[in-house]
Design a protein around this ligand. Structure first.
Ligand code: CMX
Length: 434
């Protein structure tokens, strides 16, 4: 039976001529034009990156390898008794474009399990962090600390052939991904539990083992699988994915690249928004004396937030122009599993109240909720109430997609990223002002 690495190797061989041909024969074909507002405005919408792992349609939302999230969840193999698929199966799909069968998934589950042990020095680094450090800073540093383990670095310095870069990167990626749930649950325990740590169970899959190490009963294993799967990839231009790709483009190893992407994810306009949603909701609850507010009271609170110059966390998106399917999947899960949860009721009220207000406010191009408006609500329900930790969970999921992307970047020989900058003076000349 072929391993994931062998299947991937064949896919890479098949794909390489396509990239080579585009470059050689069509290198001068114009893909897009660049406007002044794109140059000043964070390159919104500029088609300047390529990835086959996921594509974000503004109206439809994300597709992984051409499949909607619903199709991905329905078609990937699931553990016995579980309602959500193996995260390891998603990694197989992202890398190869094929849905694995049960046997192929179990191979990846075994690979992850074998590679999950975290060196002691990583725990020592985590333990030496000063109090009140944000878990994302600790998470990023723990990943960075592992850089000395890089197979890619060792082989590169021994004269690795360029066409084999991806193989060493694949080894690094698997070694890192397998360790992330262990590192994250250790950070959680250190910051918020301080009791003896629950040791990992090598017989469990990634989502199941994470729930076990967090000490949370079913269906938190399915919550974890769903969370890691829907957060894994959102094409290449978002801050975390782009950072991972950019740093890796200088041939920095996976540890340096994923640590960097975690830092990008930690910003409140990106991944940190899911903690902001809970902080904001708590604020509403405190002000309302813990009763579910009426629609009018909630509207007032939304307007007060906007009028004080703040954004409504969990709403809006740089690319999406409709409700995020990742939001809808989590809402469906919540309606089924936690319909009476008070925070879910708050969040659901926002689902009705915020979009018309954002439309009336007239600034946000997309008034609809994004993934972050729901993920913290589910975590809170299952007892993970320390919302500072939520972006770490996002980070575990996002690392899966970015590692798959970096492996393909190396396989297709994508070069060092180096866009050109110009001065305001030059921009004014181009605009015809000067
Ligand atoms: N509340 C209030 N104002 C908002 C808003 C929101 N939720 N979303 C956008 N706007 C405002 C922007 O701040 C901007 O205002 P200025 O012109 O004064 O700068 C204006 O509307 C236009 O912004 P946009 O083009 O619609 O959105 P951007 O591409 O610039 O930004 C995003 C996208 C997600 C950063 C923004 O919608 C936002 O800040 N949302 C709240 C934070 C959030 O939920 N982030 C998570 C996104 C998902 C993820 O990456 O994890």
């Amino acid at each position: 039976k072929k391993t994931l690495k062998q299947t991937l190797s064949e896919k890479i061989e098949e794909h390489r001529p396509r990239t080579k041909r585009l470059l050689k024969e069509y290198g001068d074909v114009v893909v897009d034009n660049v406007t002044v507002s794109q140059v000043i405005g964070g390159m919104r919408g500029l088609k300047s990156l390529v990835t086959d792992i996921s594509y974000l349609d503004p109206e439809e939302g994300i597709r992984y390898r051409g499949y909607t999230l619903g199709e991905v969840i329905d078609s990937l193999p699931k553990p016995k008794g579980g309602s959500m698929p193996y995260v390891e199966g998603l990694f197989y799909l992202l890398l190869t474009g094929d849905f694995p069968n049960q046997e192929e998934v179990m191979q990846v589950v075994d690979e992850f399990s074998k590679r999950r042990i975290v060196p002691r020095y990583v725990y020592e680094v985590i333990d030496s962090f000063p109090c009140c450090s944000h878990p994302m800073a600790i998470f990023s540093t723990a990943i960075l600390t592992l850089n000395r383990e890089s197979v890619f670095n060792r082989q590169y310095h021994a004269g690795l052939n360029k066409k084999d870069y991806w193989e060493a990167t694949y080894e690094d990626a698997l070694n890192l991904l397998a360790k992330l749930p262990e590192i994250a649950s250790y950070i959680y325990n250190k910051l918020y539990r301080q009791g003896p740590r629950i040791q990992s169970n090598p017989n469990l899959d990634m989502g199941g083992n994470f729930a076990h190490m967090m000490g949370i009963d079913k269906p938190y294993d399915d919550v974890s699988r769903l969370h890691f799967i829907i957060h894994s990839d959102h094409e290449s231009g978002n801050v975390s994915a782009h950072t991972g790709h950019l740093v890796a483009s200088s041939l920095s190893d996976i540890y340096l690249s994923i640590s960097a992407m975690i830092n990008g994810l930690a910003g409140p306009l990106h991944g940190l928004a899911n903690q902001e949603v809970l902080r904001w909701l708590q604020d509403v609850m405190d002000k309302m004396g813990n009763k579910v507010p009426t629609e009018d009271e909630m509207k007032q609170f939304v307007w007060d937030t906007l009028n004080s110059g703040q954004v409504i966390p969990g709403f809006g998106h740089a690319v999406l122009r409709k409700t995020d399917p990742r939001y809808m999947l989590q809402r469906e899960f919540s309606l089924k599993n936690l319909p009476d949860d008070p925070i879910f009721k708050y969040a659901d009220l926002l689902y009705n109240v915020v979009p018309p207000i954002l439309k009336e406010h007239g600034k946000a191009k997309n008034p609809w909720p994004n993934v972050d408006a729901q993920s913290g609500v589910i975590q809170w329900h299952y007892g993970v109430t320390e919302y500072d930790f939520y972006t770490v969970l996002f980070g575990i999921g996002r690392a899966i997609g970015i590692c798959a992307n970096i492996i393909w970047d190396r396989a297709l020989g994508y070069p060092l990223e180096r866009p050109k900058s110009i001065t305001t003076d030059m921009l004014e000349k181009i605009a015809g002002i000067k």
